[in-house]
Design a protein around this ligand. Structure first.
Ligand SMILES: CC(C)(COP(=O)(O)OP(=O)(O)OC[C@H]1O[C@@H](n2cnc3c(N)ncnc32)[C@H](O)[C@@H]1OP(=O)(O)O)[C@@H](O)C(=O)NCCC(=O)NCCS
Length: 232
């Protein structure tokens, strides 16, 4: 059976320097400057620098020659999942949270990645937004001190899935059932035609203490995930 290769890159946030900003096009600079907080600007910049540098390495091209399209399919504004508008181009997904920026990239298989900084508590309403009744039951049976960590495992697994099919929050996460904490990541069932458990591969990642991350690829082939830490 053929193997689908997926590389995941993690980076810490990058400071805004002239060389890095030079990799962004006008639309990307506008988005960067629209962020009010410096950490948000850094995370956005890092996602673009990481993506363009890794793509440049694969395509044997200078990073400044990598032009991404981030047009949202709903409204056309440049806040959608970025892609390279070239035939046969690699496919990738970006995520950022706290001090982590993640990029997952394949040779063409749809892919989604999610990284989250584990908070001390889960915000009101988030359980309902992420979990379905069966998963909530599993959560309720866990000791109280394991529930927050378990919630972030469910959340990152499901967000990787909704990003892999590019629906994002338009696909209600309770429509998906995934394995729980303590089990390897897997999509068990889906009420959405966008995701088929038989054609979905997943892995949990190791983004470091106080973070959770998962990657999902839309393939029925076997999936090999390699993880790398980015240094310029
Ligand atoms: C994708 C989404 C689930 C990410 O949520 P998040 O946890 O806040 O953020 P993450 O850091 O994990 O991911 C953000 C990245 O996901 C990517 N992304 C945006 N929309 C995406 C989508 N529909 N599918 C997959 N990836 C998407 C982008 O690369 C974005 O980072 P960037 O803006 O720096 O390029 C959420 O933002 C979403 O669903 N957005 C789309 C909303 C929408 O459909 N709007 C339509 C109304 S116009």
């Amino acid at each position: 059976m053929p193997t689908i290769e997926c590389a995941v890159w993690f980076s810490g946030p990058m400071a805004l320097t002239e060389n890095r900003l030079a990799l962004l096009d006008g639309t990307e600079l506008e988005r960067l400057h629209a962020y009010r907080r410096e950490p948000d600007r850094q995370r956005f910049l890092t996602g673009r620098v990481l993506t363009k540098t890794v793509l440049a390495g694969r395509l044997e091209r200078a990073p400044e020659k990598i032009q991404l399209d981030s047009g949202c399919p709903e409204c056309g504004r440049p806040h959608g999942a970025p892609r390279l508008l070239e035939e046969g181009a690699p496919v990738f997904s970006i995520s950022h949270s706290g001090d982590r920026v993640a990029l997952a990239i394949t040779d063409g298989t749809p892919v989604g990645v999610d990284v989250e900084q584990v908070a001390a508590t889960v915000q009101d309403g988030m359980h309902r937004h992420v979990l379905n009744a069966a998963e909530q039951l599993v959560m309720d049976q866990l000791p109280a001190n394991e529930q927050v960590s378990a919630f972030f495992t469910y959340w990152t697994r499901k967000e990787a899935l909704v990003k892999a099919c590019r629906r994002g929050i338009a696909l209600p996460m309770p429509q998906l059932t995934v394995t729980g904490p303590g089990e390897s990541a897997r999509l068990l069932s889906s009420e959405s035609p966008d995701l088929d458990p038989a054609r979905t591969g997943m892995r949990d990642l190791e983004p470091g203490e106080h973070y959770r991350a998962s990657v999902a690829a839309l393939t029925g082939e076997s999936l090999r995930v390699t993880t790398h830490w980015f240094t310029e």
